[in-house]
Ligand binder design. Structure first.
Ligand code: FEO
Ligand code: CA
Ligand code: CA
Length: 679
């Protein structure tokens, strides 16, 4: 099968490259399971006998665990809708009896002077509008209402050619391309618009008597962008790592970047993840730190993405993205600026005047998102977060203080960060990333807790964590307490690196894992794990009840994941920029979309397919589950530079007008009978 980095050395232009993702940077010698398997396991010949033998080996291996997880073959009573077919159309398809409306697209006004969307909007306009490239989203009900609440939505990154289409129309540009002036600089307002299209949008949405949802102008509406002032809290606050010209005492930074998925705290605030932040920076120093290399900071003078530091006006808020050492000390330049990114950012949507806070105790890496275990009074707060890059790790944080009514975000400022080691016998262990434990000593380069948290990946390498196939979203099943995580794909895993946890070489299709604790205690350090599904074609898949995926449910590259209050497991797919002409191993899956699964039976059914080029990411319902909010990100991103130059922007979603750029958007799904979604 294709491997896009092999077939497309400039892999950012490969046909199903996921724009917004960074390349692999884990060069540690941590062993995979395969390397520690005993002779018995090796003789089993994972994959050697074909995929069927592999699957049998996989589930046979985990049988003891599998028996302990709930699984029946009775048809699911949870899934009450008819499967939608695989789609190759530039449209949104939902089951019979369901309907769809567009709610919040990129560029819709929410604050200030409320400038209407126009492709020619300025950078200042963009600061008053919904950002681009929607990802995680949540509905914060107002007074428990299911017809009135705050939508909070992350904006992961941008597609410059669409953001600036009024200026760049007719140019041969790919989805990631940026236009520089002849002298290598960037236009100030272009950069401002890009920074304001990042971050998080908060807006009030209400359902009218006609059943339709609409954005409401409201004092709680808010934009947080790449420029918003943000506090840093926890063990790294005030340390040398965070000292910059902007914040000589190391307590503040500006902006949040590449906000992918999210979490909701037990005290009902929103946490936005900072995922692929490394590419925003450039470092042309002769020598980069081990940590900077490990995160993939670019030594290209333009940086890895948009070259913001090259904006003509050289304002302080842009030059900070060049982290080369320039001044006499850290307080005189921006050598530490990148240390202010890669965190989980807490936002209180109910208080528009609140300053967002980066909680450094949760570690610094390519946070996909965060998922909190149900809080129990008197027990620690526990949350999980995946590091989405090839061969990266899954983490867990356990607070020192017990949760109590009235607990707030500062409970997260003291606790233990762990990283997962999965054993091939179906057990696992959380390894503490703590000074003096698991090799994290000054002699090994970890002077203190702040050093461990800033260079979390290096600490996890040292501790001996298990390299996974790109951990994306996680969720906790409210019925069983089991934790589910998507492992979206990893085309770079080689045969010799195959293990029980990541059982396929050149993993194009991805899988979903789950784990649980003996007595349901999420703060425990030992757990049992199993695989829930191996995604793929009928020939390359297996569900928890031993069936293959088929017509009603083949899918690949699971990414977004959410278990609703009834335990319906919603699975969203991100196969990259899939368009109708797509070729390669993912072509038979059609457009990206969403499925629902029953964790107890293993049954999976396709619920939704989306338009051309997009990935489906972000899903939540109102408390009564009668309205569901879903995002489509980067519609049209598959359009080639030649197509773009010819005026074909790849998709007409959501406006249905070829003259308008395709726009990421939040849609709302309801039922004609007013019932619960999915039931
Ligand atoms: Fe932002 Fe890993 O998806
Ligand atoms: Ca994702
Ligand atoms: Ca993804």
């Amino acid at each position: 099968m294709d491997d896009f980095e092999r077939d497309y050395p400039d892999h950012r232009h490969a046909p199903y490259f996921e724009h917004g993702d960074e390349g692999q940077t884990n060069t540690s010698n941590n062993r995979t399971f395969y390397e520690v398997m005993d002779g018995h396991m090796r003789r089993r010949g994972f994959l050697a006998g074909g995929i069927a033998a592999m699957a049998a080996g996989l589930f046979g291996n985990a049988l003891s665990v599998r028996g302990a997880f709930a699984a029946t073959s009775a048809p699911s009573a949870l899934l009450g809708f008819d499967a939608v077919p695989v789609s190759f159309d530039d449209t949104v398809v939902v089951p019979p009896g369901y309907k769809v409306q567009i709610l919040g697209a990129w560029g819709e006004p929410i604050v200030g002077a409320m400038p209407a969307f126009d492709p020619a909007n300025t950078g200042a306009d963009q600061a008053m509008q919904i950002g681009q490239h929607h990802d995680g989203l949540h509905f914060f009900a107002i007074d428990g209402s299911s017809t009135d609440g705050l939508i909070v939505v992350n904006h992961e990154y941008i597609e410059p050619r669409l953001l600036h289409v009024a200026k760049w129309k007719g140019m041969e540009l790919g989805a990631d391309d940026v236009v520089y002036a002849e002298d290598g600089s960037r236009e100030d307002d272009d950069v401002l618009k890009e920074m304001n299209a990042h971050g998080v949008s908060v807006y009030r949405a209400k359902r009218g008597a006609d059943g339709a949802w609409a954005i409401a102008a409201d004092p709680m509406n808010r934009r947080i962008t790449a420029l918003t002032e943000i506090e840093l809290a926890g063990p790294v606050r005030g340390t040398d790592y965070l000292k910059t010209r902007f914040s000589p005492d190391g307590t503040r930074t500006r902006g949040t970047l590449n906000n992918c998925a999210y979490g909701v705290t037990p005290w009902n605030t929103y946490m936005a993840a900072e995922e692929n932040w490394a590419g925003y920076f450039a470092n042309t120093d002769a020598e980069m730190s081990a940590g900077q290399k490990r995160y993939g900071i670019s030594d290209d003078p333009k940086g890895g993405r948009y070259g913001w530091h090259l904006a003509k006006g050289a304002a302080d808020e842009v030059i900070r993205f060049d982290i080369s050492a320039k001044g006499a000390s850290a307080a005189e330049d921006y050598r530490n600026e990148a240390n202010g990114f890669g965190w989980m950012v807490e936002i209180d949507p109910m208080d528009p005047a609140s300053v967002p806070v980066k909680r450094t105790s949760l570690g610094r890496f390519a946070h996909e998102g965060v998922v909190f275990a149900p809080a129990v009074e008197g027990r620690p707060v526990v949350c999980y977060s995946g590091d989405d890059s090839r061969f990266e790790y899954i983490y867990k944080f356990v607070s020192d203080a017990p949760y109590a009514a009235g607990s707030k975000g500062d409970i997260l400022d003291s606790g233990t960060l762990y990283v997962a080691r999965f054993e091939e016998d179906g057990t696992g262990k959380w390894l503490a990333l703590k000074p003096g434990e698991n090799g994290l000593t000054p002699e090994n380069g970890f002077a203190d807790l702040a050093a461990i948290l800033v260079d979390t990946r290096l600490a996890a390498d040292k501790a001996g964590a298990t390299k996974m196939d790109r951990p994306e979203w996680g969720t906790v099943d409210p019925t069983s307490g089991e934790v589910y995580f998507t492992l979206t794909n990893n085309t770079k895993r080689e045969q010799s690196q195959v293990d029980a946890m990541n059982p396929r070489a050149e993993n194009n299709f991805g899988h979903i894992i789950r784990w649980k604790y003996a007595d349901g205690d999420h703060s425990a350090t030992g757990f049992d794990w199993n695989l829930f599904v191996l995604a793929g074609t009928p020939q390359h898949s297996e569900t928890a009840d031993g069936a293959a995926l088929g017509e009603d449910n083949i899918f690949a590259c699971p990414d977004g994941l959410w278990c609703d209050p009834d335990s319906r497991l919603w699975i969203q797919t991100d196969m990259g920029d899939i368009g109708p002409e797509h070729k390669g191993p993912l072509k038979e899956f059609g457009m990206n979309g969403m499925l629902a699964a029953d964790p107890a039976t293993g049954e999976i059914r396709r619920f939704l397919t989306g338009p051309w080029g997009q990935e489906c990411t972000g899903v939540i319902t109102t408390p009564d589950q009668t309205s569901m909010f879903v995002n489509f990100q980067h519609p049209g991103a598959h359009a080639t530079p030649e197509q773009f130059a010819a005026g074909d922007m790849g998709s007409t979603f959501p406006d249905g007008d070829k003259a308008q750029p395709p726009r990421s958007a939040t849609i709302v799904i309801t039922r004609e009978n007013g019932g619960k979604i999915g039931a």
